[in-house]
Design a protein around this ligand. Sequence first.
Ligand code: NDP
Ligand code: 2IT
Length: 445
Amino acid sequence: MSSQYVERVLEAVKKRNSGEPEFHQAVSEVLESLTPVIEKNKEFEKAGILERIVEPERQIIFSVPWVDDKGKVHVNRGIRVQYNSALGPYKGGIRFHPSVNTSIIKFLGFEQIFKNSLTGLAMGGGKGGSDFDPKGKSDNEVMRFCQSFMAELYRHIDADTDVPAGDIGVGAREIGYMFGYYKKIKNIFHGVFTGKGLLYGGSLARKEATGYGCVYFCQEMLKDRKTGFEGKKVVISGSGNVAIYAAEKAQSLGAKVIAMSDSNGFVYDAGGIKLDIVKKIKEVERKRISEYAKKVKGAQYTEGCSGIWKIPCDVALPCATQNELDGKSAQALIKNGCIAVAEGANMPSTPDAVKVFLDAQIAYGPGKAANAGGVSTSGLEMSQNSQRLSWAFDEVDAKLHRIMINIHAAAKNAAIEYKTPGNLVNGANIAGFVKVARVMMAHGV
Ligand code: NDP
Ligand code: 2IT
């Protein structure tokens, strides 16, 4: 099915945002899924919903000068895209990675609108970041960078306006420095960030939430196929926040995680990854995953990232970064008997890979649904901050689990309603969009 309206908007997006391939990729996927919704609900075209939803409400780009430990001056670029506020304050992470540019932040911000809608909580969509590379920097350098970043960003965020969190390269340390500086210069202590430390307003289970949520989502897909994680071989890319806690939950459900990676290469451990060792290498020492093979007898390290998808497995959880899994890797997974892919990362599968998964009719959970556990628990952190209360780990985890079950059901049911049963790409895009579109209609132009 094609819609002239969808095609017209897509063309305009490409023209207006030239040279932004990741952004085009994300918009194309969503708009293509929405074609039957647009055909059925002509009022959306009349209200210009698509033209409005693809254009960020506000984009802030600023310079971030900072001084390294040797006294040398550096300048990075800071970005915050406040994408859509129909459902609540802008909400989404901040990424520090040398690859960050407007294309990447806009693709992430755009995805966030639909992801946050799927959570059922009151959050709009936004994203931010910088091309700063925290790797190899001292704590003091990271602190000075974060303070300079906040010296501009503080004007644009607030607990009821825009609430950032972590993403690649931004964890508890960076959030602590940014929150601390915000508090200092604004003289206000409230929930302007999520993913905060537990001693100053952070939520229990937020650190675990994206990885746990991804596994909860995958569990629902497996249930529909009358199976579960018990005894399954699982391959997980990445070894950061999302990957580590996806591995932890998969293991606790009886799966064997046999491989993990970072941007240099991957480790294979047929006996099952020892997560305490990965945590020590990555969370404490901030070293490379190759160290794992030096510490664990029998484990093998291989340079390069894409080889991880050639390891035979039952379940694959891409938890590193965008476009890390291409068509060829997807074919290798299917050939080796993989029955489920749930995306902990944002847009890790290329369009070719997505097509391979959908054609093979395996269980495929796209990032905006499968990794929504992180932002859901951020929403729960905001609730706790507003109440000035903190809930027990099990209480937050139970709420997270319920939200992931609901997201899976919403995506599954929308896919059935729009006559592509089993296609959770269409289902998640449609279920996420319809709510935002209806609210935008209610709010007027
Ligand atoms: P971390 O910084 O904690 O970890 C990122 C991991 O991915 C590291 O192992 C890193 O390796 C690897 N990686 C990063 N960039 C690349 C690259 N270009 N090629 C190969 N590997 C790479 O980030 P998170 O775990 O928080 O984020 C991982 C993914 O999950 C991202 O796509 C993020 O957007 C998404 N996500 C995160 C959420 C959260 O709550 N944190 C919520 C929802 C989604 P190295 O150490 O070598 O850089
Ligand atoms: O991509 C994401 O959903 C995140 N990085 C988490 C966002 C958040 O606000 O918790």
